[in-house]
Design a protein around this ligand. Structure first.
Ligand SMILES: *Cc1c(COP(=O)(O)O)cnc(C)c1O
Length: 413
């Protein structure tokens, strides 16, 4: 027998919270105390240097620059990749605002290329048609920590002589054909903001195998200074985007625990994917066969209202939340953000760009109808936690299919 849904006054599947994230450990406390007591707090910090070396190694990259946020890392990387005023930068519309904001901060023009419905990643088949003589860079986003199709994107980029900057803000440790993401194009960026798989509260990094690119990054992130130059010698318009040693001290011990967390995320995602696949009306996302490891930052899947007599996604989410499983809608298409109602006095280089005319059908559909998000901490719980999610998914979808009218009446305002 099916129990009545919590949405209708029944007993919820679960009341317990999921694991707290980020996690405060003794190792982090010790590392921070030691750094504060014994190291420089900023410039000259050995801790920062150690972190840069360790994170470069972790991402299979030759170089790493520790930065104060993912957003500034992306601005720095775009500038170092050669993006200048009025240039176009291709990005997907299904991403965090920072991907688009960093392009605007570089006085460049975001050009949106639609995503795929089953990966939520940039559709490589649509990429080439978006390239113009003004295109200066391509920024694929590894959404939810699940790598975009790097081979196809890099092939198009190479054909047109364009640099690829990976937005790997959500993809710590993810792999493409056995190599960690980040340095597969000219370079890539990571975020260590609170919600990410590694966190210093705030923070970011750029990784790359290209020494000249990294020298340019150093300059943009460090007040326009150049490696080997005098301290008061400024070659470019750069800022102070340096990381503090405390942030680096918080991150170093996490490189010791992330493997274990990644394994847990993988195991739990596989289980949830199989479950979601088995439930009519829901579908899991796909990972390309070339992805030897996903970072599984968020747990994302799709809801198909046409298989529930048109019950909208919001009702499904409400029913899941009532069962004690926090699910939410995630991103809206980036070009629909108010920011893109262009103010040509503030952004004169966007004159003639009418983002209100942009309409990318897959992004629109997944953002407004289909995508369902679970926060990353749900993947870090116990088997029991995963079973609760499975039970709630089954309980809610079964009830919705057996008595859709009851749910549809909820939507009549
Ligand atoms: C978090 C995030 C960023 C920005 O990182 P911050 O550290 O918050 O500035 C950029 N891109 C994506 C896809 C992100 O998820």
């Amino acid at each position: 027998m099916t129990q009545d849904l919590a949405l209708f006054g029944g007993v919820p599947v679960r009341k317990k919270p999921f694991p707290v994230w980020p996690r405060y450990t003794h190792a982090i406390r010790h590392s921070v105390e030691q750094t504060l007591a014994e190291d420089q707090w900023g410039i000259g910090s050995q801790t920062i240097e150690r972190f840069e070396k360790a994170f470069a190694r972790f991402q299979d990259a030759d170089h790493c620059l520790a930065i104060n946020s993912g957003t500034s890392a992306l601005w720095v990387a775009l500038k170092a990749a050669g993006v200048q005023a009025g240039d176009e930068v291709i990005i997907p519309p299904y991403t965090f605002i920072a991907t688009g904001a960093a392009v605007l901060m570089a006085n460049a023009v975001p050009v949106f290329v639609d995503v795929e419905e089953d990966t939520f990643n940039l559709d490589p088949g649509l990429l080439e048609a978006a390239i113009t003589d003004k295109t200066r860079a391509i920024v694929p986003v590894h959404i939810g920590g699940n790598p975009a199709h790097l081979d196809r994107i890099l092939a198009v980029a190479e054909k047109h002589g364009l640099p690829v900057v990976e937005d790997a803000a959500q993809a710590h440790g993810a792999e493409w054909k056995g190599t960690r993401v980040g340095a597969l194009g000219i370079g890539g960026i990571f975020s260590f903001q609170s919600s990410k798989n590694m966190s210093a509260g705030e923070g970011g990094a750029i990784v790359s195998n290209d020494a000249a690119f990294m020298d340019a990054c150093y300059s943009y992130y460090n007040c326009g200074r150049v490696p080997g130059g005098d301290w008061y010698e400024h070659h470019r318009l750069g800022g102070n985007f340096r990381m503090t040693s405390v942030a680096a001290a918080m991150l170093l011990p996490q490189l010791e625990t992330i493997e274990q967390e990644m394994a847990l995320r993988e195991q739990h995602r596989a289980r949830l994917d199989a479950w979601v696949e088995s439930l009519p009306g829901l579908s899991p996302l796909r990972t390309y066969p070339e992805v030897t490891r996903s970072a599984n930052h968020l747990y994302l899947f799709r809801y198909h209202s046409d298989q529930f007599q048109g019950i909208p996604r919001d009702v499904f989410l409400r029913a899941m939340q009532a069962e004690g499983i926090f699910t939410y809608v995630g991103y809206t298409p980036l070009y629909r953000e108010r920011l893109f109602i262009v103010n040509t006095r503030e952004y004169p280089w966007l004159k003639g760009r009418h983002y209100s005319n942009v309409q990318l059908p897959v992004c629109e559909r997944i953002a407004t109808e289909e995508a369902v998000w679970l926060k990353q901490n749900v993947l870090l719980g116990s088997e029991e936690d995963v079973r609760d999610i499975q039970r709630a998914l089954e309980k809610v979808t079964t009830a919705m299919r057996s008595d859709p009218g009851r749910f549809l009446s909820l939507t009549e305002a």
